[in-house]
Design a protein around this ligand. Structure first.
Ligand code: TXA
Ligand code: MG
Length: 319
């Protein structure tokens, strides 16, 4: 029986104990809710893949509380360390070579000799990881290929009894997963996310490559062409609503018209507000009566790049 409780000092301590025993705890981060397990235990990590019905070859992010802890797990180049100092705690994940003393399980790393590390900013996430005293592996707490959860209720709907405890810390403020930067060679962005590319380039003082295009054979599940998918079909760059469609608008561009359902990601055209609303609104519009969601064009600036990346995956053909 899944227990969903408000995150308090006591329930966070309970969560820490569950994780140390090899259980699964869903918890809020500033990006999306994570499905946490002890990152050092193959058995605990295996339960994540089972709960998510996720293909096993996809590696997970190990969450830690500080750059110091991250440096015990991975080797940071000067540029990787500079990004960590600029954006941690926050919505940035760095993929680095494993350090000699890396305790993150091979299963969590999917057998790779690299490790993805992140220091989340959310106080509940910080307190939970501190309570465990070890890195916490946590993918987004949704079933594989589905929309990432930005509220505790989404996690319960997605994973139900597969998780031992859900810590409710309210809605996620960023609402998009972390930006993933591959620091194994020349830096490149593997997944656009909560830290805009422009901000990363400003810190580095140079431009960097956006990783590979979405493909059917990804390094990362976030790169699967059809990912973050609602049940309804998705039509991008809509300029008006067709009969039977739900509308996901931006800055009132499309308007309600004959739409079966209507939500505006940001009536004022603010990409940060739009990112925070994205997954919850896709979920809300994805009702049984809706066969297609028409999405307004979103400008490719700031978090708009990450929003469009997620929307293209939601719109990709799938089996
Ligand atoms: O915001 C986030 O990043 C959320 C919260 C919970 O922290 N987590 C998240 O995890 O989105 P997940 O598992 O849904 O996505 C992790 C991504 C995957 O695309 C995975 O393949 C990639 O990180 N990844 C992990 N380790 C990697 C590695 N060694 N090399 C390349 N990609 C890696
Ligand atoms: Mg995910």
């Amino acid at each position: 029986m899944t227990v969903m409780v408000p995150a308090t000092t006591e329930t966070i301590a309970d969560g820490g104990a569950i994780l140390r025993r090899g259980g699964l705890v869903a918890f809020p981060t500033e990006t999306v809710y994570g499905l946490g397990a002890d990152a050092c235990s193959d058995a605990a990590v295996a339960r994540i893949y089972a709960a998510k019905a996720r293909p096993r070859f996809n590696p997970l992010i190990a969450h830690v509380v500080s750059l110091e802890d991250a440096e015990r797990q991975g080797t940071f180049s000067a540029e990787a360390a500079r990004l960590a100092r600029a954006f941690w705690p926050g919505p940035l994940t760095l993929v680095v070579p494993v350090a000699a003393g890396c305790s993150v399980s091979v299963l969590a790393r999917a057998g790779l000799d690299s490790v993805a590390l992140r220091v989340p900013a959310h106080p509940v996430a910080q307190a939970l990881i501190a309570a465990v005293g070890r890195p916490v592996a946590a993918p987004s707490a949704n079933r594989s290929g589905r929309i990432s959860p930005t509220a505790a209720g989404h996690v319960r709907d997605e994973l139900g009894d597969a998780v031992d405890l859900i810590l409710d810390g309210g809605p996620c403020t960023v609402g998009l997963e972390s930006t993933i930067v591959d620091c194994l060679g020349a830096l490149r962005i593997l997944r656009p996310g909560g830290v805009p590319r422009e901000a990363i380039e400003a810190v580095l003082g140079r431009s960097i490559a956006a990783g590979p295009e979405p493909s059917a054979r990804p390094v990362a599940p976030g790169q699967l062409a059809s990912h973050y998918a609602p049940r309804a079909a998705v039509r991008l760059d809509a300029t008006s609503a067709q009969a039977g469609e739900a509308v996901l608008d931006f800055a009132g561009r499309v308007g309600q018209g004959a739409a079966a359902a209507y939500l505006d990601l940001s009536p004022t055209g603010d990409p940060i507000e739009a990112a925070a609303n994205l997954f919850a609104f896709l979920r809300d519009l994805d009702g049984p009566a809706v066969t297609r969601i028409a999405v307004a064009p979103i400008p490719e600036r700031g978090l708009g790049t990450a929003i469009n990346d997620r929307l293209r995956r939601a719109a990709a053909l799938r089996d």
